[in-house]
Design a protein around this ligand. Structure first.
Ligand code: GYE
Length: 366
């Protein structure tokens, strides 16, 4: 799989998390020969082109992205007082993101205040209002749902440039480039498409699927569902029989899957919008006396250490990457804004982990 060409056309916004051990080279696109513990790869359904297609990879970089022109300005200074409103600390992904922000701030000698909304939307709104009152030079927000636009606009109204990390807000409430400078995200629709591709690989294009959705109203839950659901329509043998939120957590993933396996004992696959829910689902599959990876194939998104370990063990078929290490990119973008111009959206590239490359990436995972 070749690296995507970084064509820097005028107005093209493309970004990669340039981190040691986190290069953007995609995993081999075909599943590993011999598949690892789960038996021979299933025969591809004749009417499922996805089952024999290559990994769709990353989407083309967005074109024509305007520069942020109407957001509060940031003065170029040797040091900054910055704030980060994190939406939760209930999974390794969130902890890795917060640690990455803290590490980078320390490295740069910036003063960083972090708040944790405990996965509660009203708490995050209060957190952001509290941070506005502290008058930071700039604010980073990882919005719990797309409904955080008003409070983001409030920060801009108070003269604070806001940078959205890892999730988006509804542009009707907060205008990109005005009410916030930019949003740094993965292409979640594309992640869903790649998960659908992986599901076709895992099942040969025949599966009765339980879908575990992320936090209701969050941009990754909305877009990962869209990308997956739309893509599997290419294969009539791939059917989602039930789709329910498990709030991006392992505990809910387990509980919801336990219940759904009772109402849908014919399920042969689980698509989870993140690794934590997939790991909960794997526990539930075992508790139901079934073998994950054999009786029920599981596909998810993130690339956490536990997930890569599960992929290597054959319990999880694929985890599409969604890299949480935002620190370097976040602060680099902030400095770029102080010195010049920044596009209103920056899209990250993601790898894909399967049996062929999981083991070698466990060590560097979070
Ligand atoms: O996949 C999940 C986390 O917003 C991209 O949120 C992020 C998602 C990530 O809680 O594990």
């Amino acid at each position: 799989m070749q690296l995507r060409t970084r064509a820097m056309l005028a107005g093209v916004a493309v970004a990669a998390l340039g981190l040691a051990g986190c290069s953007n080279d995609a995993a081999p696109s075909a599943p590993a020969a011999g598949g690892g513990g789960a038996g021979a790869p299933p025969a591809a359904a004749a009417n499922c082109p996805l089952a024999s297609a290559p990994d769709p990879g990353n989407s083309a970089p967005p074109t024509g992205v305007p520069m942020a022109s109407g957001a509060p300005k940031l003065e170029a200074k040797p040091t900054y007082k910055v704030a980060f409103s994190q939406n939760a600390s209930n999974n390794p992904w969130r902890l890795a993101e917060t640690a990455s922000m803290q590490d980078e701030a320390t490295k740069l000698g910036y003063q960083l205040t972090v708040t944790d909304a405990n996965n509660d939307q009203s708490k995050q709104i209060q957190d952001i209002k509290g941070l506005i009152a502290q008058k930071p030079d700039a604010m980073f927000v990882a919005p719990i749902t797309e409904q955080l636009g008003n409070v983001v606009a409030e920060a801009a109204g108070a003269g604070i440039p806001v940078f959205l990390l890892d999730r988006n807000v509804d542009p009707a409430a907060a205008k990109p480039g005005e009410d916030f400078v930019t949003v740094i995200v993965s292409d979640f629709v594309q992640q869903g498409k790649r998960a659908a591709w992986a599901m076709a690989q895992a099942t040969g294009g025949n599966a009765t699927i339980i879908e575990l959705e992320g936090t209701t109203g969050s941009s990754p839950a909305i877009d990962r569902k869209k990308g997956f659901d739309e893509t599997i329509t290419q294969c009539p043998g791939l059917q989602v029989v039930v789709s329910q939120s498990a709030d991006f957590t392992r505990a809910d993933g387990q509980e919801v899957t336990e219940t759904l396996l009772q109402s849908h004992p014919d399920a042969t696959a689980v698509y989870a919008h993140n690794d934590e829910m997939a790991l909960g689902a794997i526990a539930a599959i075992r508790a139901a006396g079934k073998v994950p990876g054999q009786d029920i194939k599981v596909v998810s998104i993130d690339g956490s250490r536990d997930a890569l370990t599960a992929v290597d063990a054959g319990d999880l078929y694929t985890s599409v990457e969604s890299n949480p290490r935002f620190g370097p990119k976040a602060f680099e973008t902030m400095k770029q804004y102080a010195e010049g111009q920044v596009p209103v959206k920056l899209v990250l590239e993601d790898r894909l982990f399967n049996k062929a490359n999981a083991a070698q990436n466990i060590e560097s995972a979070y």
